[in-house]
Design a binder for this molecule. Structure first.
Ligand code: SF4
Ligand code: SF4
Length: 464
């Protein structure tokens, strides 16, 4: 294969559009298969996350009715939603950076579609056997054997699909209560809809549509074509080493042949039915399983591994390569990633248990009192972002000539609610230096004297 051809096929997409039926990919052990299991296992957190407990309640909870996100001891309210926004931007930029560097590596190792499909096909293999046996079973007439195998497989697929639905719903409500509500048929209508959608969706997408989702439904598949370029490191067939390909007697391998023995192992393990020897392809989910397959063949025929390997197109064609950190898009992604981390770190460390605001009343701006002093009134608002009722009282920090007329009173605020009190401040007119001057309120936790918040406002008097 010439370099010209390889370059052309880098933009070619040869998906299975149904003409070859369901793809039954062979499963073989190897480095990238092990990594794939490892990264897929991170999804276990999706199933166990809602059952973690912290101080007697659900550690991770997206409480939509109360518009709160509970992350262990931290409660994120709409006031702090910008922190979550930066977390989402971080993951979006991480996806962009990963695609720039290694194409659809997210698809191959972490995407829920490929992970669930992998799990479904693993079950299929355990019940129906290797690909050849599966094809034979598909084409055989219905009998007890076929019925029981298919029944067991679909039963397990449906059970996983339902568990996926329950697990998703459990992130939004008390997980243990949710199970009880489902079993007693008392669950909220939204919980039933979630369960139904996820059961049907998971069963169809992972059980039947499989790689077709990656080809035709996933918007990311379209975006990644724009993001990856000739410097992206993707599974690539070393055509100069492999061609001319051909079968041969292993012991008498002739020198005029390349290293590829045309065994098709790289093709039969591919979950998307791609022949990587046609060149890098947009439909490739970068899972590396063809590398495992080819490496095992190379070891058997006593050749060095890496006939298929992670490599950039420029590297494979001996074209000049741009180092990772000199690629402008990679640099932009890195800067954005670092920025997001900085904002999230600042946000998480600066989230306070309460939010305080002090608003001066404007109608009237001030009142002249009979004792010759000027009085302003203020609304002190405390929003309790914690999970327990809070008790606070208000005092004045400065100026020293100001007096808080309202006696210090305890403001009790329920979790997730706001309390407001009206307070009055007086300053003798003779001691009023200017028409408008700074004033500082202090809000102190009645139960924890060290927990204090200051709030700057201003005091208004008559023009001098
Ligand atoms: S060509 Fe190789 S890396 Fe790409 S999807 Fe197929 S097996 Fe995975
Ligand atoms: S697995 Fe390796 S040797 Fe076999 S066909 Fe694929 S590239 Fe050639």
């Amino acid at each position: 294969m010439s370099s010209q051809t390889t370059s052309e096929t880098a933009t070619t997409w040869h998906p299975n559009v149904g003409e070859s039926g369901t793809i039954h990919a062979k499963r073989i052990p190897g480095r990238f298969r092990a990594i794939k299991w490892l990264t897929a296992s991170l999804w276990l957190f999706f199933f166990i996350g809602p059952y973690l407990r912290w101080e007697g309640r659900q550690a991770l909870l997206i409480d939509l009715p109360s518009r709160q996100f509970h992350i262990y001891g931290l409660t994120v309210h709409p006031h702090d939603i910008w922190v979550l926004t930066f977390i989402m931007i971080f993951f979006a930029m991480l996806l962009v950076a990963a695609t720039l560097l290694a194409g659809r590596v997210f698809c191959g190792y972490f995407c829920f579609q490929t992970v669930w499909t992998d799990l479904y096909t693993w079950i299929e293999e355990k019940i129906e056997g290797q690909p050849r046996a599966r094809h034979a079973l598909d084409n055989s007439p219905w009998n007890i054997n076929k019925l029981s195998r298919k029944g067991l497989k679909h039963g397990l697929w449906l059970a996983i699909a339902m568990l996926t639905g329950v697990s998703f719903a459990a992130w939004f409500t008390d997980a243990f209560q949710l199970w009880s509500d489902y079993f007693s048929l008392q669950a909220h209508i939204s919980a039933w809809i979630t369960l139904g959608m996820f059961t049907v969706g998971t069963y169809l997408l992972a059980g039947f549509m499989r790689e077709q989702v990656c080809f035709w439904l996933c918007p990311y598949a379209r975006i990644q074509g724009v993001l990856s370029d000739h410097d992206s490191v993707l599974p690539t067939y070393d055509y100069r080493r492999g061609e001319p390909r051909g079968k041969r007697e292993l012991e008498n391998a002739v020198n005029d042949k390349g290293d590829c023995v045309d065994c098709d192992q790289c093709l039969v393990v591919c979950p998307t039915g791609i022949d990587i020897r046609d060149g890098q392809q947009l439909g490739c989910i970068t899972c590396g399983l063809c590398i495992d397959a080819c490496d095992s063949v190379m070891k058997k025929i006593d050749r060095s591994t890496g006939l298929i390997r992670y490599a950039s197109l420029n590297e494979m064609q001996d074209s000049p390569q741009i180092s990772m950190l000199r690629r402008p898009m990679v640099l932009v992604s890195l800067v954005m990633l670092i920025t997001c981390v900085a904002f999230v770190a600042y946000g998480l460390t600066s989230i306070t248990p309460i939010e305080v605001s002090v608003e001066p009343e404007r109608q009237p701006m001030f009142v002249k009192m009979s004792d010759g002093s000027i009085q302003n009134s203020y609304h002190v608002r405390i929003f309790n972002k914690g999970s327990e009722p809070s008790r606070h009282y208000v005092t004045l920090n400065q100026p020293e000539q100001a007096t808080l007329v309202t006696p210090a009173q305890t403001i009790v605020t329920k979790p997730g609610t706001m309390s407001s009190v009206r307070v009055f401040v007086k300053i003798p007119q003779a001691r009023l230096d200017q028409a408008k001057q700074a004033i500082t309120f202090m809000i102190t936790n009645a139960d924890d004297q060290g927990d204090k918040y200051t709030y700057q406002s201003y005091f208004t008097g008559p023009e001098k």
